[in-house]
Design a protein around this ligand. Structure first.
Ligand code: PNS
Length: 164
């Protein structure tokens, strides 16, 4: 069985992430979306909330699971006996950081292969940070996240983003 892990912060999950999850679920037998704790970032959603939003957003995908991990990604892969990492690759700006992470992960664990899926052009510009920024200024985020996530952001912002 070909199992892949799709790791990220997912703070919160965007339509760009969901596109990568859906497409990788067609390539692999099972996809585990791993929500990673990042001590350097101050998140809008805690890990439980991010996991919950991802679970709700992937209910229609029977071979997708959502999990969480604190620590090195390679340890998560080793513990779960997974060798394939899936990453979404947006415009050129992502390349350097992703190349570095893939190289480091392979140095830490030789068997790991990182598979990059090119983001659809519709989502090339999209990131969780940009969604949070637009929402915080009252902008419409309908084209960036699903209804569940939009509602959750609204609650976080105290209902100040009730854009029609
Ligand atoms: O969604 P993000 O924030 O771009 O995801 C980055 C993430 C969480 C995949 C990356 O920071 C990560 O793998 N963190 C775990 C710590 C780790 O293993 N670091 C060394 C390899 S780069």
């Amino acid at each position: 069985m070909r199992i892949a892990v799709y790791p990220g912060s997912f703070d919160p999950v965007t339509l760009g992430h969901l596109d990568i999850i859906e497409r990788s679920s067609k390539i692999f037998d099972k996809v585990i979306v791993a929500v990673m704790y990042n001590r350097n970032k101050k998140p809008m959603f805690d890990v439980d909330e991010r996991v919950e939003l991802l679970k709700k957003s992937t209910l229609h995908l029977s071979n997708v699971e959502v999990d969480r991990h604190e620590g090195l990604l390679v340890d998560y892969l080793r513990n779960n006996d997974v060798r394939i990492l899936v990453k979404g690759l947006r415009a050129i700006s992502d390349f350097e950081a992703e190349f570095q992470m893939a190289s480091v992960n392979q140095k830490l664990c030789r068997e790991i292969e990182t598979v990059f899926i090119m983001t659809r052009t519709d989502y090339m510009y999209l990131s969780s940070s940009i969604v949070k920024e637009v929402a915080s200024f009252g902008g419409d985020i309908t084209n960036f996240v699903n209804e569940e996530v939009k509602a959750a952001i609204n609650i976080k912002l105290g209902g100040s983003n009730e854009h029609k």
